[in-house]
Design a protein around this ligand. Sequence first.
Ligand SMILES: *Cc1c(COP(=O)(O)O)cnc(C)c1O
Length: 392
Amino acid sequence: MIPIAVPNLAGNEGAYLAQCVAENFVSSVGAFVTRFEQMVAEASGASDAVATASGTTALHTALATLGVGHGDLVILPAMTFIGSANAINQAGARPWLLDVSGEGWTLDPQRLEEALSNKTQRDAQGSLRHAETGERVSAIMPVYTMGVPADMAAISAVAREYGLPVVADAAAALGATYQGKPIAQMGADISCFSFNGNKTVTCGGGGAIVAADPKLGARARHLSTTARVGRNYDHDVAGFNYRMTNLQAAVGVAQMENLELFLDRKRRIAALYKDRLSRHPLLGAFPTPNYAQGTFWFSGAVLDRSIGDRLPETIEHLRANDIDARLFWKPMHLQAPYADCPREALDVTDDVWQRVLVLPCSTSLTEAEQEHVVAAVLSAPALQLERTRSFA
Ligand SMILES: *Cc1c(COP(=O)(O)O)cnc(C)c1O
């Protein structure tokens, strides 16, 4: 079976892991953690990065750093992986679900402005509150879907207008640029990465936080490391134990050494699928908005609306050809834990998500394997409409 996205461990991963064992540094302090943080900071245009146990814990820490707490609402696009919503939940808050734009499948700045202007009011203390539920609106969390940055100039302008901090879920976006700027300079106060096993760069599991303001980064580090003060067991707030271990970081450093190579492979894979598949009248490409350069974490195709309900059978057809293929994220308003969260119209999300076909896109995928995938997609019964039409 050709897998969707598996780790590529062809570099120094094994050697660095052996070094951790030989030096007896396997826990959450170690030279690889420091080096990994420097590499992530450099790749994202930040002065520092804080490595964490996962992308979800990075997001939770970022929210806590910005003062998101119990009873709050955090604006989130409905089209995301459940980790973004879970981080909001872990902070004691709930997501307020908004739609994405068709242009990038990222939080639509127009919808954001409308929701804030139509559905919120200031209370006597000056807090911004949801007009119907009364909950305090405390942050905005754009998601860089598949590594495509949101339209951050527009989103930051709205955030400033309403005095809201922005936490970007940049889980799969390390290496992306927005108007030529790297992740930490796109306009979010804090941006978070994931280094889960299926991401372009992996630590096995892991995450990282980068902040625009070094003071926020330092605060995030403090919270993620049990909020310890000094060398003894003194802790000034209830913090988290969300640190990355030296073992994870050893893998991460080896992966970061290949970041440019991996990004280039992902770009080529996306380009080949686009070239071969989007000529078919019933297939479209994943979004590549003009304002940003994404990372092509995932590649695949979008089925035309006329055959939108035939994605499951198309996936089965690919599996019968030894190819793993998947649906994309089921949106948050359709997930049991978040079905009751406040939400606005979700037309684009509802229209798109069930038509997204995710195809194999590991950085180790060979061109021959990719051509096999292309041929199998093009032979899917759902895409053979010419014949049906001529007999109709
Ligand atoms: C991968 C991913 C996450 C979750 O990261 P973990 O490291 O698995 O906790 C969160 N949000 C998005 C958008 C992701 O793609």
